[in-house]
Design a protein around this ligand. Structure first.
Ligand code: SAM
Ligand code: SF4
Length: 286
């Protein structure tokens, strides 16, 4: 079986596929409420084009695919597409990252279609804040979606909280407590300042300090895996907590992934603007 290495010798076996740039939320740090330049529909890769690309990567040893967006669950026809991805030889893990708003309905269908794991983004447990951040009154729907994902076995359910200084940094302990009675993995992600002038960074060290202040004094590190998250168990907790520190502690050396944008660009690195268009070639009959 072929294997894919980059020029720094890193083994690339994880493909992240953004199936759409559209979303039913308007998270303040991700999508402005006005002036978004949407990708034209005809420029978004069709499912058969996505399948060609995923097949090609699978033949190069990629065994893990993550479906993301925008919000992947808003793209029509997603379930049959996922089913086809799950049948590609060599693909043994399909993850999906979602805002969770449609997950209660979708979780059983995703499981049936071959999805193995779910990551849900959830930045606050306070209804008013949730509305302020996302523009939608959907906190209860997201919590119901998380519960359903656990019930149908899309596990481990990972909950991603982007921690922002002065906005939700006071909620890290409450968020960690979700792992007490549920086998969830709560992951605290450092805010990445994609726009100039933003100052919301609250580092993983600051998050840990907050947790210690709140009584989380015993965090037991788990063995390091391929994931960029550093995971800890807590005595008496069913779940775990984790820290993803793209700003304070780069994990570039262990990077194993490559990304495909909705309009068919390959992006080797999230923090670089370098990208390569596959769409023209795909459509010119290559
Ligand atoms: N709509 C889906 C969701 O929200 O999970 C999938 C796409 S969303 C762009 C993927 C993840 O990127 C979310 O967890 C979101 O919080 C995260 N994200 C977006 N902007 C970010 C930023 N500036 N810093 C850190 N994470 C960010
Ligand atoms: Fe961005 Fe995901 Fe929020 Fe949508 S739900 S605005 S894609 S972070």
């Amino acid at each position: 079986m072929a294997e894919l290495y980059d020029e720094l010798g890193r083994y690339i076996h994880y493909l992240r596929v953004a199936v759409t740039d559209r979303c039913n939320f308007r998270c303040q740090y991700c999508m402005p409420t006005e002036g978004v330049e949407w990708i034209e529909h005809h420029d978004i890769l069709r499912y058969e084009e996505l399948l060609r690309v995923i097949n090609a990567f699978a033949s190069l040893g990629v065994n893990k695919v993550r479906i993301t967006g925008g919000e992947p669950l808003v793209r029509k026809g997603l379930l049959p597409f996922l089913k086809e991805v799950s049948q590609i030889p060599g693909i043994d893990e399909i993850g999906l990252t979602t805002n969770g708003s449609l997950l209660e309905e979708y979780a059983p269908l995703l499981k049936e279609a071959g999805v193995t794991r779910i990551n849900v983004s959830l930045d606050t447990l306070q209804r008013e804040r949730f509305i302020k951040l996302t523009g939608q009154d959907k906190l209860s729907a997201v919590l119901a979606g998380i519960k359903k994902a656990q019930e149908v076995g899309l596990t481990p359910v990972k909950i991603n909280m982007v921690v922002m200084k002065g906005f939700n940094s006071d909620e890290v302990a409450n968020m960690a407590k979700l792992a007490m009675d549920h086998p969830y993995q709560i992951r605290f992600i450092e805010y990445m300042p994609f726009r100039v002038g933003e100052n919301y960074l609250f580092t993983s060290d600051e998050i840990k300090e907050k947790l210690i202040e709140a009584g989380f004094t015993t965090l037991i590190p788990q063995m390091k895996s391929n994931s960029p998250a550093r995971i800890y168990t807590i005595p008496g907790f069913q779940g775990t907590i984790g820290f993803i520190s793209p700003v304070s502690e780069h994990f570039c050396a262990s990077c194993n992934r490559i990304r495909l944008t909705p309009d068919g660009y390959l992006r080797p690195c999230l923090l670089s603007n370098e990208e390569f268009s596959l769409r023209k070639d795909l459509r010119s009959g290559i």
